[in-house]
Design a protein. Structure first.
Length: 569
């Protein structure tokens, strides 16, 4: 375990949220504990000139899950896309490109995709949380309402972020979202023109759909499914709105709010597992199989039964998926607060991280110090006596905090974090952070937008998880987790067969232009690298012994696909 702490101040504050999203703060005393030194030189971090930008924030409801970064105009630089209160902004480098007035509050980050496959990126954002009618907005990249939009469903609050995916492979992306009305809520599947996907939608739940939905073929039957947490259960629906066999999941004690599920094939068997967290009378870290059963080794209790509103991060690390979870700390003491789980439920060496200040915002992952190993970047639920918050970065190998961190922006980073991309197109990493002030009883609060420049590559090889739910489509599908401005690779794009294999295996890449394959053994050690020159390639396995291997498949467009292969003779 890692033990660090923060400098001593006279009075610091801890934030916490209720299940309905109201944030409260209280004073805590922070002990003085010396910080472990790694002996490494610090990396260079520069606040970009012209930042921070300051905006008027809603005094009650603050932003969750930070901002969206996407190259909307094709110039190689990411635009900064976000809402504050009832205003929506798109920044190009350092100035406002366009902005919009909204009905309702844009609290969660927008999703971005090409809804009609016309080569023009579109922005979808949900609003609600005040007396104005909630909306589903769909803009083109220049901020113009798309035909048929916005949509209002009796003025209901539209909650969390939308998720985008072409669910029926007709070349147009559908939109999955949910609402809240009088303690109940519905899940919507909308076509790109705003019409309902079919008369089976929306599906009304017996309690509130609490999170951004996720989309994937969980049972490997060739048809996509929709997974959404309600406040009391986790549901899985097929595209006809039917509840899948074995669902919903619920134990009567665990509740859900803001812990959106992530879908990942943890075993390499083609089925997707559901990874999420829960609070209530039984706070848990949860992984479920496609039929809604606990996977072996799970669930894991959240220490001290703390309520956590954290959404998991899932990355590929040393040849297998790795699950990163967090939890709050309600006082100023150092406690376990960030966990790195292998698929079998064991902890990665060096974890949990033990420190003052809990974590319920995003965990993003990138190689920020150019050591060819990823670092985990995360916020805190704590500010110091001067009102400055924290963005931390820790080595994933368990050796401690990266020199030069934490970054200290003004305001709370609680429930947000650092979104990773390249806002000026120079090929180097930028961290974009949205903070806010939280002054109970005040009629004025502010949101502050920070851009920090880091001398590290901003590409899909170095950025493993860049944003809320891993991609700007917010679909929660682990196979899609690549750089913010890149397109999507789906599991159906590449076929690896036969599996199990014996003496050879075929890689059928169709139109995805696979360039190379890295092969890892069960210990996470890379044992081979294969260059690919044809759409269908035969790989000889004679030199590999029986066992389990991970194929990390790259395309020339920097897509990444991970497949677990079994060799049996």
């Amino acid at each position: 375990m890692l033990l660090t702490s923060l400098p001593l101040f006279a009075q610091w504050k801890i934030a916490q949220s209720s299940a309905d999203g109201l944030i409260t703060t209280r004073i805590v005393e922070v002990p003085s504990v010396s910080k472990t030194s790694t002996g490494r030189a610090g990396i260079e971090i520069h606040l970009r000139e012209g930042y921070p930008k300051v905006f008027a924030a809603n005094t009650v409801f603050k932003n969750f899950r930070n901002v969206t970064l996407e190259d909307l105009d094709g110039d190689g630089a990411d635009e900064i896309i976000f809402g504050v209160a009832d205003k929506f902004f798109v920044y190009r480098r350092d100035t406002v490109w366009w902005s919009r007035e909204l009905s309702g509050l844009a609290r969660f980050p927008a999703a971005v995709g090409d809804l009609e496959s016309d080569g023009i990126k579109d922005i979808v954002v949900l609003t609600g949380f005040n007396d104005d009618d909630g909306r589903v907005y769909a803009f083109n990249s220049r901020g113009i309402d798309k035909p048929g939009w916005p949509k209002s469903f009796a003025g209901h609050w539209m909650i969390s972020s939308p998720a985008l995916m072409d669910v029926d492979q007709d070349g147009r992306q559908e939109i999955v979202c949910s609402d809240l009305e009088s303690g109940l809520g519905s899940v919507y599947l909308l076509r790109s023109d705003g019409s309902m996907y079919s008369d089976q939608w929306p599906v009304t739940l017996p309690n509130v759909p609490a999170v951004t939905p996720s989309i994937g073929d969980i049972d490997h039957d060739g048809s996509l499914d929709i997974v959404v947490n309600s406040t009391r259960e986790i549901y899985a629906f097929d595209l006809q709105g039917n509840i899948k066999p074995g669902w919903p999941f619920g134990n009567g004690l665990t509740k859900f709010s803001f812990q959106s599920p992530i879908l990942a094939d943890l075993e390499g068997d083609g089925s997707l597992d559901i990874i999420t967290e829960g609070h209530g009378d039984l706070s848990l870290y949860i992984t479920l199989d496609a039929q809604g059963n606990h996977r072996e080794g799970w669930p894991k209790p959240v220490p001290q039964g703390q309520w956590t509103f954290h959404t998991p991060t899932v990355i590929e690390y040393r040849g297998e998926p790795l699950i990163l979870t967090g939890r709050p700390i309600s006082d100023g003491t150092a406690k376990p607060m960030l966990f790195a789980w292998r698929p079998d439920g064991s902890l990665l060496d060096g974890f949990p991280i033990v420190k003052s200040g809990g974590l319920e915002g995003m965990i993003t992952v990138a190689d920020i110090d150019k050591d060819d190993e990823p670092e985990i970047i995360f916020p805190s639920n704590m500010i110091d006596s001067t009102g400055h918050g924290f963005i931390h970065a820790y080595e994933l190998d368990g050796s401690g905090e990266v020199p030069g961190f934490p970054i200290r922006p003004y305001g709370w980073t609680y429930l947000n974090g650092a979104t990773l991309g390249d806002v000026d197109g120079n090929g180097l990493l930028d961290m974009v952070i949205l903070t806010y002030t939280q002054s109970e009883g005040s009629i004025h609060d502010s949101a502050l937008l920070y851009v920090y420049e880091i001398d590290a590559p901003a590409d899909s090889e170095h950025i493993l998880w860049s944003t809320y739910k891993g991609s700007n489509k917010r679909d929660g599908l682990f196979e899609n987790q690549i750089m913010t401005s890149s397109p999507t690779l789906t599991a159906s794009t590449i076929n690896v067969f036969p599996n199990p294999a014996s003496n050879y295996i075929f890689i059928d890449s169709k139109d995805s232009n696979v360039s190379r394959i890295d092969i890892f053994n069960s210990m996470g050690i890379k044992i081979n690298n294969v260059k690919i020159t044809h759409h269908q390639e035969k790989i000889n396995l004679d030199k590999l012994s029986d066992g389990i291997y991970v194929f990390k498949i790259y395309t020339r467009e920097n897509y990444l696909f991970i497949k677990k292969v079994f060799i049996i003779r």
